[in-house]
Design a protein around this ligand. Structure first.
Ligand code: NAD
Ligand code: UD1
Length: 333
């Protein structure tokens, strides 16, 4: 049995689908703070299997223990956490409590039940502002906001756990910019309120619920002056987790691994690709830079290729198409 925390969330749900398709038994823990129960129906519709679900909070250790007591868990893929950078600056204590305490609770119960295999959702945010792309895993790490701090701290906590007990097997997956949706259009990203991230914002402009996109700066030292990022299809990202799981089953230790395509796209390139897929113009205006943004951020994905035999395969056009199809399907339902 594989435990997926945050398994009804955006990346978690796509990963659960692929775990089931790969023949794993899956149990999900989620407190539904940022996802909905009907995701389970969609997972069942895609795979024919309804994963076991516990509506519990990682902050409640007794509840977490109950899941380990009732199931024979061999490994954990740990997605559960808060993830909005801006919000983390407003309510840092909630972020530290949820992300750090939640992870500590989980690890303590894992240790008690001798389940020592974990794949953790880290982020390219741990590379901070000063490293030059392509980013490799051995670069110095830093964080510029409470959300990023939690990712960095959890990476360090997990490294310390391994130092204390070399039976642990830990994969720290550093995601670049996950976008897109399941090719069935049944699963995708549906942020509450006004989106902070580029592609969910563009999707809502295309759909008509937002008037126009604000492009944060056109004076960066990039191909067209706008920020460059490594966008990765969420299904490619999910596949990385299945391979990371296979890896932790075979190798003890701690490995930080980038999951990115190795290619950067500018904001204007993303707008153009989205316009092609949705068949409409995306109105936009250039505004000032957003504080804390870097000009260019993309991965060197060689380590994932070497260790996991993983490579991203989907193009920016496919990412935009799946994002748009999901938007159209969700709007209809
Ligand atoms: P998401 O919000 O869609 O999924 C996270 C899930 O965890 C949600 O379903 C939420 O209800 C649940 N959750 C949160 N706190 C919980 C708790 N205390 N107990 C139980 N459940 C809890 O986010 P996502 O985009 O799928 O991201 C998954 C992970 O990947 C997060 O840790 C995030 O920080 C990390 N990550 C995401 C991105 C991205 O751009 N989406 C990039 C880098 C890293
Ligand atoms: C975001 C997170 C970061 C996380 C990363 C990967 C923020 C501030 N940072 O970074 O912690 O590791 O995702 O998931 O949320 N843009 C606009 N207009 C918009 C929104 C964005 O022009 O309305 C631009 C940005 O300036 C940037 C690019 O689009 O150049 C991508 O932005 P975004 O989707 O927010 O991702 P990141 O900033 O890379």
């Amino acid at each position: 049995m594989i435990l997926v925390t945050g398994g009804t969330g955006y990346i978690g749900s796509h990963t659960v689908v692929q775990l089931i398709e790969a023949g794993h038994d899956v149990v999900i823990i989620d407190n539904l703070s940022n996802s909905k129960l009907d995701v389970l129906d969609k997972i069942q519709e895609i795979t024919g299997v309804r994963p076991l679900f516990y509506h519990i909070d990682l902050l409640n250790m007794d509840d977490v223990e109950r899941v380990f007591n009732q199931n024979e868990i061999k490994a954990v893929i740990h997605f559960a956490g808060f993830k909005a950078v801006g919000e983390s600056v407003q309510i840092p204590m909630a972020y530290y409590q949820n992300n750090i305490t939640g992870t500590l609770n989980l690890c303590m119960i894992m240790d008690k039940y001798k389940c020592k295999n974990i794949v953790f959702s880290s982020s390219a945010t741990v590379y901070g502002l000063n490293n030059i792309s392509p980013l490799t895993e051995d670069l110095p790490l830093s964080a510029t906001n409470p959300y990023g701090q939690t990712k960095l701290m959890i990476e360090n906590i997990l490294k310390d756990i391994y130092v204390s007990d070399d039976e642990w097997s830990i994969s720290l997956l550093r995601y670049f910019n996950p976008i897109g949706a399941h090719h069935s259009s049944l699963l995708g990203e549906n942020p509450r309120g006004i989106p902070n991230n580029l592609v969910p914002y563009i999707a809502q402009v295309a759909e008509g619920s937002l008037e126009k996109l604000k492009v944060f700066g056109d004076d960066y030292d990039t191909i067209d002056g706008t920020g460059v990022r490594d966008y990765i299809h969420v299904e490619d990202l999910a596949r990385g987790h299945i391979l990371a799981l296979n890896y932790v089953f075979k190798h003890k230790g701690v490995e930080a691994i980038n999951l990115g395509t190795g290619n950067g796209s500018s904001v204007l390139e993303v707008i153009k690709a989205y316009e092609k897929e949705c068949g409409k113009a995306i109105p936009y205006e250039i505004v000032a830079r957003r504080a804390g943004d870097v000009d260019i951020c993309f991965a060197n994905p060689q380590k994932a290729k070497d260790l996991l035999k993983w490579e991203a395969t989907k193009t920016l056009d496919e990412m935009c198409r799946d994002s748009w199809n999901f938007m159209v399907t969700t709007r209809k339902s």
